[in-house]
Design a protein around this ligand. Structure first.
Ligand code: PLP
Length: 443
C-alpha cells in the first residue's frame, strides 16, 4: 500500500485516546491485557494509547492519526493488517461456523501442513496463547523424563513455572520457584554448570537479538542429549519469520519439542506445540492439555492461509531484506553522526535499538526517540518488527525520520538535556532483572 503518512509539524492530538484511557483508570488493572501495549512502554502525553484500525503496515488511533507501525501487534502481524488472503479465509470459515461440538477437519489439515513445514513436527497440537504451549511442553517433558527442574533462557509467558524466575513473581509458591532456573545465551558453561540429573527440560528462545555464536544451539542440543534432558525451542518470535520452518530450519538443530504462536495466523489467536511422537504421545492421556477454544476454526483457517502465503511469497526473505535496510540505515546514520552509544542490532526480521548508559539514561534516550518518531508518524518502541507489508516507501520514510530525529537526540545528549526534552514521563523497563539471576539449581 502507498505510504500516506505525513510528517506532523506538531505532536499528534491524542484527546480521544486520553478520554478512553481515563475511562479505564481503576477499571482495567495495568490498563492493558498485553504489557508491551500498555502505557508503561509509551511516553506519556505524546503517544496514542489506543489503536482502532490497521491496513498493511499502517495503523490509526482513535483521533484519526495515521502511523507506520513497527511493532506489528507485538509479533503476530507477519503479513500485514487486514491482509486480504487471510481475511478472506476467515470470512469464508465464518459463514460455516466458529466453534463446534466436535473436532473440525481444519485441525487435521493444518496439522499436516505444519508437519510439512516444521522439521520436528511428528506430532502437532493447537491451543490459543504462547504460554499455553510453553507450559504444555514443560509439563510433557516433566512427565516423559520423570524429572522436575527446568532451565530456561528468554521470556516464556505468564505461567507460574516461568514467571517464578522474574521479579514479578508475587503469588507463586516457593516450591514452584525452586524448580526453574536460568542460563545465559551463548554461554554453554552456564548451562553445563546448571544442568543435573533432575533437569527435565531446557527451554530457550533460539535467539532474541544477540547473534548465535560458536554453534551454541548445536551444543545446547548435545548437552541435553547427553543428560537425558529434553530440548524445547520457544519459537514464538522465530517461527515463520526467520524461515518458514523457524529456527529449527534456519540453524539445522531439531529440538524434541517446539512452541509457536504470534506469526502463525497473522493476528488470530493460535498457538502450536510440535515435537517427537514418542514424547507428544503422552498428551493422549497421561498429560492433560485440553481447552475449549483449542480448535476454534477461524484461527485455523487464518493459519492455513498465512502459512501458504509465507511459503509461496518467501516472506522470511522479504522480512530479512527490508529489515536489513532499516538496520543498516540506522547504523549508518548514527555512525555518520558519531553517536557510538546507540545501535540497531539483531537478526534482520526483528531488530532492536539499544542505548548505552555511558551517554545517559537509556530509557530517557529511548523515550526521546519515541517522542520524536511519533511526531513524525512512526509508531516506534525501539524495535523493527518487520512484516510483509512494510514497503520500500515505508522504509525510506522511516529512515528519513531517523535522519531528522537522531540529531535531536545527539544534541540533547551533548547538552545533557535528554530528560528536559521529554514532554511526558519516560518509558519503563518490563522486568528489572534480565540476566545472571536464579542461575544455579540447589543440588
Ligand atoms: C518468546 C515468547 N514466549 C512465550 C510468550 C508468551 O506468549 P503469550 O503472551 O501468547 O502467552 C511470548 C510472548 O510475548 C514470547 O515472546
Amino acid at each position: 500500500m502507498a505510504n500516506k503518512v505525513k510528517f506532523n509539524p506538531d505532536f499528534p492530538d491524542i484527546s480521544e485516546s486520553d478520554k478512553l484511557f481515563k475511562r479505564s483508570e481503576g477499571l482495567i488493572p495495568a490498563y492493558s491485557q498485553t504489557l508491551a501495549k500498555g502505557p508503561t512502554q509509551w511516553i506519556r502525553g505524546i503517544a496514542p494509547k489506543f489503536l482502532v484500525k490497521g491496513k498493511g503496515s499502517h495503523v490509526w488511533d482513535p483521533d484519526g492519526n495515521e502511523y507506520i507501525d513497527l511493532n506489528m501487534g507485538i509479533g503476530p502481524i507477519v503479513l500485514g493488517y487486514c491482509y486480504d488472503k487471510v481475511d478472506d479465509a476467515i470470512r469464508k470459515q465464518l459463514e460455516d461456523g466458529i466453534t463446534f461440538s466436535m473436532t473440525h477437519p481444519l485441525e487435521v489439515e493444518l496439522s499436516e501442513k505444519i508437519r510439512d513445514v516444521i522439521p520436528n513436527a511428528e506430532s502437532v497440537r493447537f491451543s490459543k496463547t504462547g504460554c499455553d504451549v510453553t507450559t504444555a511442553a514443560v509439563r510433557v517433558a516433566r512427565a516423559f523424563t520423570k524429572r522436575e527442574k527446568v532451565l530456561c533462557c528468554g521470556y516464556h509467558g505468564w505461567h507460574d513455572w516461568y514467571i517464578a524466575v522474574t521479579d514479578r513473581n508475587a503469588g507463586i509458591p516457593e516450591a514452584v520457584k525452586d524448580l526453574t532456573f536460568t542460563f545465559n545465551y551463548n554461554d554453554i558453561d552456564s548451562l553445563e554448570q546448571s544442568i543435573d540429573e533432575d533437569t527435565a527440560c531446557v527451554i530457550l528462545e533460539p535467539f532474541v537479538f544477540e547473534e548465535e555464536k560458536n554453534d551454541f544451539l548445536k551444543k545446547v542440543h548435545e548437552v541435553c542429549k547427553k543428560n537425558g534432558t529434553l530440548l524445547i525451542f520457544d519459537e514464538m518470535w522465530t517461527g515463520f519469520r526467520i524461515a518458514p520452518g523457524g529456527a529449527q530450519e534456519y540453524f539445522g538443530v531439531t529440538p524434541d519439542l517446539a512452541c509457536y504462536s504470534k506469526a502463525v495466523a497473522n493476528g488470530m489467536p493460535l498457538s502450536v506445540i510440535t515435537g517427537r511422537q514418542d514424547v507428544m504421545r503422552l498428551l493422549d492421556k497421561d498429560v492433560f492439555f485440553f481447552t475449549t477454544f483449542g480448535g476454534e476454526a477461524l484461527s485455523l483457517a487464518a493459519a492455513m492461509a498465512t502459512i501458504d502465503e509465507i511459503i509461496t511469497k518467501n516472506v522470511p526473505a522479504f522480512l530479512s531484506e527490508q529489515g536489513k535496510k532499516l538496520k543498516d540505515g540506522y547504523n549508518k546514520i548514527v555512525s555518520e553522526l558519531g553517536m557510538d552509544y546507540t545501535k540497531c542490532m539483531g537478526y534482520n526480521c526483528r531488530t532492536i535499538i539499544t542505548f548505552d548508559a555511558k551517554a545517559g539514561n537509556p530509557l530517557e534516550m529511548k523515550s526521546l526517540v519515541q517522542q520524536e518518531m511519533i511526531k513524525r508518524g512512526v509508531l516506534w518502541c525501539g524495535f523493527h518488527n518487520m512484516c510483509f507489508s512494510h514497503s520500500g516507501g515505508d522504509i525510506e520514510y522511516i529512515l528519513k525520520a531517523y535522519e531528522d530525529v537522531l540529531p535531536v537526540l545527539k544534541k540533547a545528549v551533548e547538552e545533557n538535556k535528554v530528560k528536559d526534552s521529554l514532554k511526558g514521563e519516560p518509558v519503563e523497563p518490563v522486568f528489572r532483572k534480565t540476566g545472571n539471576f536464579n542461575m544455579k539449581p540447589k543440588k
